[in-house]
Design a protein. Structure first.
Length: 184
């Protein structure tokens, strides 16, 4: 029989009795190592989750950045368009003013070419039977859009009173485009 440890003696334990103790000690060590590894893994998992949350928080910002850049480009383009439109509007206004000046100057020479009553051409002699009291208009003027009797008198270089006397049947407030007026 094997040498067993007895309660009375102090001999060494047998290998069969020591094996469960060694197995328990190894299991305990592996368990502790697993627990330490699990705790470390949990800490690492928390750190990774925090990093993932940080990345998730920046995803909308990163996604919005190109949109903000595009919006900035659109705003700059619109500002440029508005500036060019304002410049164009100013140029159009200036051109309209110049055109009005040229049109006004074009009207003056055309009116100036009308022969005055005193310088009527000799090719149209007055008949001897004409009444001395009847006015003899030498030229006519055709009313244009926007004309007034005063403006016409000024264009023709005659007084308003003389123009009214040469056209007694004309109502100054009812001038019509195309209407013929006698020029004194």
């Amino acid at each position: 029989m094997m040498n067993d440890v007895t309660s009375s003696g102090g001999s060494r334990p047998s290998a069969a009795r020591a094996l469960p103790l060694v197995t328990a000690a190894v299991a305990l060590a592996v368990g502790i190592a697993g627990m330490v590894t699990g705790i470390a893994a949990r800490r690492e998992l928390r750190t990774l989750r925090a990093e993932i949350d940080d990345v998730r928080a920046t995803i909308p910002t990163r996604a919005e950045e190109p949109a903000r850049n595009l919006a900035g480009q659109v705003n700059r383009a619109l500002d440029t368009i508005v500036k060019r439109m304002n410049d164009t509007d100013l140029r159009i206004t200036e051109l309209a003013r110049r055109l009005a000046e040229v049109a006004a100057q074009e009207r003056k020479p055309a009116v100036a070419t009308l022969p005055p009553a005193a310088a009527a051409p000799p090719a149209a002699p007055q008949p001897a039977t004409a009444s001395p009291s009847a006015p003899s208009p030498s030229t006519t003027y055709t009313v244009e859009s926007g004309d007034t009797l005063g403006a016409i008198a000024k264009k023709l270089g005659v007084s308003l009173n003389a123009l009214q006397q040469a056209n007694p049947d004309v109502n100054p407030s009812k001038l019509k485009v195309g209407q013929k007026l006698n020029v004194p």
